[in-house]
Ligand binder design. Structure first.
Ligand code: 5RP
Length: 230
Protein backbone atom coordinates (compact mmCIF):
# COMPACT_ATOMS: atom_id res chain seq x y z
CA UNK A 1 0.00 0.00 0.00
CA UNK A 2 2.74 2.42 0.97
CA UNK A 3 4.51 1.60 -2.30
CA UNK A 4 1.38 2.46 -4.26
CA UNK A 5 1.21 5.82 -2.45
CA UNK A 6 4.88 6.44 -3.24
CA UNK A 7 4.14 5.77 -6.89
CA UNK A 8 1.21 8.21 -6.83
CA UNK A 9 3.40 10.96 -5.37
CA UNK A 10 6.03 10.22 -8.01
CA UNK A 11 3.46 10.35 -10.82
CA UNK A 12 2.19 13.74 -9.59
CA UNK A 13 5.76 15.06 -9.74
CA UNK A 14 5.74 14.74 -13.53
CA UNK A 15 3.51 17.85 -13.60
CA UNK A 16 6.51 19.86 -12.37
CA UNK A 17 8.72 18.74 -15.25
CA UNK A 18 8.97 20.96 -18.34
CA UNK A 19 10.83 20.39 -21.61
CA UNK A 20 14.44 21.60 -21.52
CA UNK A 21 14.76 21.36 -17.73
CA UNK A 22 17.88 20.20 -15.93
CA UNK A 23 16.78 17.72 -13.26
CA UNK A 24 18.28 16.17 -10.14
CA UNK A 25 17.18 12.56 -9.56
CA UNK A 26 16.86 11.47 -5.93
CA UNK A 27 17.52 8.10 -4.32
CA UNK A 28 15.18 5.58 -2.66
CA UNK A 29 12.04 3.70 -3.60
CA UNK A 30 9.88 6.80 -4.18
CA UNK A 31 12.52 8.49 -6.32
CA UNK A 32 12.94 5.22 -8.23
CA UNK A 33 9.25 5.36 -9.22
CA UNK A 34 9.80 8.91 -10.47
CA UNK A 35 12.79 7.87 -12.59
CA UNK A 36 10.80 4.99 -14.11
CA UNK A 37 7.89 7.29 -14.99
CA UNK A 38 10.25 9.97 -16.31
CA UNK A 39 11.79 7.35 -18.58
CA UNK A 40 8.35 6.68 -20.07
CA UNK A 41 7.91 10.40 -20.81
CA UNK A 42 11.38 10.60 -22.36
CA UNK A 43 10.55 7.71 -24.67
CA UNK A 44 7.49 9.73 -25.74
CA UNK A 45 9.77 12.65 -26.70
CA UNK A 46 10.33 14.73 -23.53
CA UNK A 47 13.71 16.44 -23.69
CA UNK A 48 15.39 16.92 -20.28
CA UNK A 49 18.93 16.67 -18.90
CA UNK A 50 19.47 14.82 -15.62
CA UNK A 51 22.01 14.10 -12.92
CA UNK A 52 21.76 11.37 -10.28
CA UNK A 53 22.27 11.43 -6.50
CA UNK A 54 23.65 7.88 -6.29
CA UNK A 55 25.14 5.09 -8.36
CA UNK A 56 21.95 3.07 -7.74
CA UNK A 57 19.79 5.83 -9.21
CA UNK A 58 22.22 6.36 -12.08
CA UNK A 59 22.05 2.65 -13.00
CA UNK A 60 18.26 2.63 -12.78
CA UNK A 61 18.02 5.82 -14.86
CA UNK A 62 20.17 4.42 -17.65
CA UNK A 63 18.13 1.20 -17.67
CA UNK A 64 14.94 3.30 -17.85
CA UNK A 65 16.17 5.36 -20.79
CA UNK A 66 16.87 8.49 -18.74
CA UNK A 67 20.10 10.22 -19.82
CA UNK A 68 22.45 10.98 -16.90
CA UNK A 69 25.22 13.57 -16.90
CA UNK A 70 27.75 14.63 -14.32
CA UNK A 71 26.61 17.45 -12.03
CA UNK A 72 29.82 19.26 -12.97
CA UNK A 73 28.63 19.38 -16.57
CA UNK A 74 25.16 20.69 -15.69
CA UNK A 75 26.42 22.92 -12.81
CA UNK A 76 22.98 24.21 -11.80
CA UNK A 77 19.59 22.52 -11.94
CA UNK A 78 15.99 23.66 -12.33
CA UNK A 79 14.44 20.99 -10.14
CA UNK A 80 15.42 18.06 -7.94
CA UNK A 81 12.81 15.39 -7.18
CA UNK A 82 13.62 13.23 -4.17
CA UNK A 83 12.03 11.27 -1.34
CA UNK A 84 12.47 11.84 2.39
CA UNK A 85 12.44 9.85 5.60
CA UNK A 86 10.64 12.65 7.46
CA UNK A 87 9.21 16.05 6.52
CA UNK A 88 7.84 18.52 9.06
CA UNK A 89 5.47 21.48 8.67
CA UNK A 90 8.38 23.85 7.96
CA UNK A 91 9.70 21.72 5.06
CA UNK A 92 12.59 20.49 7.18
CA UNK A 93 13.65 16.98 6.27
CA UNK A 94 15.50 13.97 7.53
CA UNK A 95 17.10 12.12 4.63
CA UNK A 96 19.72 9.44 4.19
CA UNK A 97 17.81 6.25 4.90
CA UNK A 98 19.27 5.02 1.62
CA UNK A 99 22.72 6.34 2.48
CA UNK A 100 22.86 8.95 -0.28
CA UNK A 101 22.48 12.06 1.90
CA UNK A 102 25.69 13.81 0.86
CA UNK A 103 25.09 13.66 -2.89
CA UNK A 104 21.38 14.32 -2.32
CA UNK A 105 22.19 17.49 -0.41
CA UNK A 106 24.74 18.66 -3.01
CA UNK A 107 22.31 18.05 -5.89
CA UNK A 108 19.31 19.62 -4.12
CA UNK A 109 21.41 22.65 -3.16
CA UNK A 110 22.37 23.11 -6.82
CA UNK A 111 18.67 23.23 -7.75
CA UNK A 112 16.33 26.21 -7.94
CA UNK A 113 13.61 24.02 -6.46
CA UNK A 114 13.53 20.77 -4.50
CA UNK A 115 10.33 18.76 -4.73
CA UNK A 116 9.84 16.14 -2.01
CA UNK A 117 7.71 13.14 -2.97
CA UNK A 118 6.49 10.93 -0.15
CA UNK A 119 3.69 8.85 1.29
CA UNK A 120 1.81 10.42 4.19
CA UNK A 121 3.66 8.34 6.79
CA UNK A 122 6.69 10.59 6.22
CA UNK A 123 4.87 13.73 7.37
CA UNK A 124 5.65 14.45 11.03
CA UNK A 125 4.87 17.16 13.55
CA UNK A 126 8.34 16.85 15.08
CA UNK A 127 11.55 15.58 13.44
CA UNK A 128 13.57 12.82 15.09
CA UNK A 129 11.67 9.57 15.25
CA UNK A 130 13.64 8.37 12.22
CA UNK A 131 17.30 7.90 13.26
CA UNK A 132 19.43 10.77 11.92
CA UNK A 133 22.05 9.55 9.40
CA UNK A 134 25.46 11.16 9.89
CA UNK A 135 28.15 10.55 7.24
CA UNK A 136 31.68 10.09 8.59
CA UNK A 137 35.03 9.98 6.77
CA UNK A 138 36.23 6.36 6.84
CA UNK A 139 39.63 7.36 8.26
CA UNK A 140 39.36 7.38 12.05
CA UNK A 141 35.61 6.75 11.95
CA UNK A 142 35.55 4.96 15.34
CA UNK A 143 37.25 7.94 16.92
CA UNK A 144 34.87 10.34 15.13
CA UNK A 145 31.94 8.22 16.30
CA UNK A 146 33.02 8.78 19.90
CA UNK A 147 33.22 12.53 19.25
CA UNK A 148 29.71 12.48 17.77
CA UNK A 149 28.36 10.53 20.76
CA UNK A 150 29.97 12.96 23.22
CA UNK A 151 28.59 15.93 21.30
CA UNK A 152 25.06 14.57 21.10
CA UNK A 153 25.11 13.65 24.77
CA UNK A 154 26.21 17.21 25.65
CA UNK A 155 23.20 18.47 23.67
CA UNK A 156 20.93 16.26 25.77
CA UNK A 157 20.40 13.40 23.32
CA UNK A 158 20.83 10.09 25.10
CA UNK A 159 19.77 7.62 22.38
CA UNK A 160 22.11 5.14 20.73
CA UNK A 161 24.42 6.11 17.86
CA UNK A 162 25.41 3.08 15.77
CA UNK A 163 27.41 2.50 12.61
CA UNK A 164 25.24 1.32 9.73
CA UNK A 165 25.87 -2.22 8.49
CA UNK A 166 24.78 -4.17 5.42
CA UNK A 167 22.60 -7.27 5.73
CA UNK A 168 25.76 -9.44 5.79
CA UNK A 169 27.10 -7.47 8.75
CA UNK A 170 29.79 -5.63 6.77
CA UNK A 171 30.17 -1.90 7.36
CA UNK A 172 27.94 0.10 4.99
CA UNK A 173 29.93 2.31 2.61
CA UNK A 174 28.47 5.30 0.80
CA UNK A 175 29.16 6.11 -2.87
CA UNK A 176 31.84 8.42 -1.48
CA UNK A 177 33.63 5.62 0.40
CA UNK A 178 32.45 7.00 3.75
CA UNK A 179 30.52 5.30 6.57
CA UNK A 180 27.24 6.26 8.25
CA UNK A 181 26.32 6.56 11.90
CA UNK A 182 22.57 6.45 12.63
CA UNK A 183 21.64 8.51 15.69
CA UNK A 184 18.50 7.68 17.62
CA UNK A 185 17.44 11.15 18.77
CA UNK A 186 13.70 10.52 19.31
CA UNK A 187 12.89 14.23 19.13
CA UNK A 188 14.93 17.04 17.52
CA UNK A 189 14.16 20.38 19.15
CA UNK A 190 16.72 22.67 17.49
CA UNK A 191 17.48 21.21 14.06
CA UNK A 192 19.41 24.29 12.92
CA UNK A 193 21.85 24.18 15.84
CA UNK A 194 22.14 20.42 15.61
CA UNK A 195 23.06 20.49 11.90
CA UNK A 196 25.50 23.40 12.27
CA UNK A 197 27.29 21.92 15.28
CA UNK A 198 27.45 18.34 13.97
CA UNK A 199 28.98 19.32 10.65
CA UNK A 200 31.69 21.31 12.46
CA UNK A 201 33.04 18.14 14.11
CA UNK A 202 36.23 16.93 12.40
CA UNK A 203 35.51 13.70 10.53
CA UNK A 204 31.80 14.46 10.08
CA UNK A 205 31.08 15.05 6.40
CA UNK A 206 27.35 15.74 6.48
CA UNK A 207 24.17 14.92 8.33
CA UNK A 208 20.73 14.04 6.99
CA UNK A 209 19.01 17.25 8.10
CA UNK A 210 17.88 19.22 5.04
CA UNK A 211 16.93 22.69 6.29
CA UNK A 212 15.74 25.49 4.00
CA UNK A 213 16.33 23.30 0.93
CA UNK A 214 12.97 21.71 0.06
CA UNK A 215 10.59 24.14 -1.62
CA UNK A 216 7.68 21.91 -2.62
CA UNK A 217 6.18 18.59 -1.50
CA UNK A 218 3.72 16.05 -2.84
CA UNK A 219 2.36 13.88 -0.04
CA UNK A 220 0.25 10.90 -1.10
CA UNK A 221 -2.44 9.40 1.12
CA UNK A 222 -5.63 7.43 0.51
CA UNK A 223 -7.42 10.79 0.18
CA UNK A 224 -5.23 11.94 -2.75
CA UNK A 225 -1.97 13.78 -3.31
CA UNK A 226 -1.51 16.87 -1.15
CA UNK A 227 0.48 19.62 -2.88
CA UNK A 228 2.51 21.85 -0.53
CA UNK A 229 4.71 24.87 -1.17
CA UNK A 230 7.09 26.55 1.28
C1 5RP B 1 17.99 8.09 0.49
C2 5RP B 1 16.89 8.93 1.01
C3 5RP B 1 15.49 8.57 0.63
O1 5RP B 1 14.93 9.63 -0.05
C4 5RP B 1 14.69 8.27 1.85
O2 5RP B 1 15.36 7.24 2.57
C5 5RP B 1 13.26 7.82 1.51
O3 5RP B 1 13.31 6.57 0.89
P1 5RP B 1 12.02 5.87 0.32
O4 5RP B 1 11.53 6.69 -0.83
O5 5RP B 1 12.52 4.51 -0.11
O6 5RP B 1 11.00 5.77 1.42
O7 5RP B 1 17.09 9.90 1.70
O8 5RP B 1 19.22 8.48 1.01
Amino acid sequence: MSDDLKRRAAAAALDFVEPGMKLGLGTGSTATHFVTLLGERIRQGLDVRCTATSSVTEDHARRSGVPVEDLDVLLTLDLTVDGADEIDGAFRLIKGGGGALLREKIVASASDRMLVIADAAKKVAQLGRFPLPIELVAFGHLSTLERVRTHLSALGYDGSVALRANADGALFRTDNGNVIADADLHRIDDAEHLEASLTLLPGVVECGLFLGIATHALIASEDGVERLER
